[in-house]
Design a protein around this ligand. Structure first.
Ligand code: T46
Length: 133
């Protein structure tokens, strides 16, 4: 699987505005069962977040408002992805180092996760991440 996997969510629009429906599951627009949803907002100017990998967790990140950038690193290559539209999701597989940068003031970054929160799934040291590959 490639490092950057984008999911485009169809916009259901009418003269009242727009709506996006996310349907998790096999062959649906989020390819795993969602067990947790969290969102990051009110990020202070100049603050970056992340700086870790997950051993197994799969996630889809969507900037439902505003924008940010996510750096993905699989230990060989790095890519920076702009998250700037509510109809665009970024699938982040396990064993991918991620950093989130350049949050706009109005950014609401919603994340759909395949598992409940588990601190033991995090690798928070970059050298440990490289060693675990
Ligand atoms: C990720 C990126 C994109 C919880 O108690 N429950 C949760 O579901 C989450 C996500 C976090 N927390 C606690 C753990 C920390 O004490 O909230 C605190 C902040 O978490 P963290 O520093 O890991 O946040 P970020 O923004 O660096 O990373 C988060 C996710 O943790 C991570 O899985 O991939 O967003």
């Amino acid at each position: 699987m490639s490092l950057v996997n984008k999911i485009n969510f169809p916009i259901i629009g009418d003269d009242r505005g727009s709506l996006i429906s996310i349907e998790p599951g096999f062959n649906k627009n989020v390819p795993f069962e969602v067990k947790r949803i969290y969102y990051i907002f009110g990020t202070k100017s100049g603050v970056s977040r992340g700086f870790h990998a997950h051993k197994k967790l799969k996630q889809v990140a969507i900037a439902v408002s505003g924008s940010c950038q996510i750096l993905l690193d699989d230990g060989i290559q790095q890519r920076i992805v702009d998250l700037d539209s509510p109809d665009f999701g970024l699938l982040i597989e396990g064993m991918t180092w991620r950093e989130m940068h350049n949050f706009s003031e109005d950014c609401v970054l919603m994340v759909l996760a395949s598992e409940a929160y588990d601190e033991s799934d995090y690798i928070r040291n970059y050298q440990d991440f490289l060693s675990a590959l």
